[in-house]
Design a protein around this ligand. Structure first.
Ligand SMILES: [Zn+2]
Length: 220
């Protein structure tokens, strides 16, 4: 994992030219050490509904949000910490407030689909294209059990769908075109880097990402 940032910065080009201080990278590495990594069976398992609500859930949400920040991620699912409860946190952008959503369910998604590159804190050196609905409406509860309805678009809709997938044991590898999945799995086995630009654009590839293709995708 030591060289992952070099690769990320190479691939990100100008957009990510800002150097992250070594001390910050060290903190990120420490946080990632707490996140379950590819190959861990918890990442393929479905989390259970939360049925009892108490103050420990707010504490757990705070812990997850702090870890997400330390890992420089934009979302985190409880299963990524080995906690098999249906709880996720996200913060889609520096200006957004971090939020926790428990027992999330899909209420509605748009017919409009968008393909974009996604990274995952559990697959630190792999980026793949994932097609998802542009808009999504989720229902669930907050840490006190109060019902929440969440209408999101763009990156926020994407990150919440990514985290909900984690709660069902689904990874971005399961949602990417087969060719990318194969190449990404190979990179994971060899501990090397993969992103979609490394594949020749063949006939079986989906259309390229619509926007932000040059920028490093954020991880969750
Ligand atoms: Zn993830």
């Amino acid at each position: 994992m030591a060289d992952e940032h070099e690769h990320e910065h190479e691939e990100a080009g100008e957009a990510e030219a800002v150097e992250v201080p070594p001390e910050r990278l060290e903190r990120r590495r420490a946080a990632l050490a707490e996140v379950r990594q590819f190959g861990d069976p918890v990442l393929k398992s479905r989390a259970s509904e939360i049925t009892e609500f108490g103050p420990e859930l707010a504490e757990e949400a705070e812990r997850m949000i702090a870890l997400m920040h330390e890992a420089m991620g934009i979302g985190l699912a409880a299963t990524q910490l080995g906690v098999m409860r249906r709880m996720l946190v996200f913060q889609a952008g520096p200006d957004a407030a971090p939020r926790a959503l428990l027992n999330p369910e899909l209420e509605w998604v748009s017919a409009d689909l968008v393909t974009a590159e996604e990274g995952c804190l559990s697959l630190p050196d792999v980026i793949v294209d994932v097609e998802r609905p542009l808009h999504a409406r989720r229902i669930g509860v907050d840490v006190e059990g109060t019902p929440m309805r969440l209408e999101a678009s763009g990156l926020e809709a994407r990150v919440v769908q990514h985290e909900l997938d984690h709660l069902d044991g689904v990874l971005i590898l399961d949602r990417t075109p087969r060719k990318q999945r194969r190449a990404a799995m190979k990179a994971l086995r060899h501990g090397t880097h993969f992103d979609p630009s490394m594949l020749e654009r063949g006939a079986e590839e989906d259309e390229p990402s619509e926007d932000g293709a040059e920028a490093e995708p954020q991880r969750s």
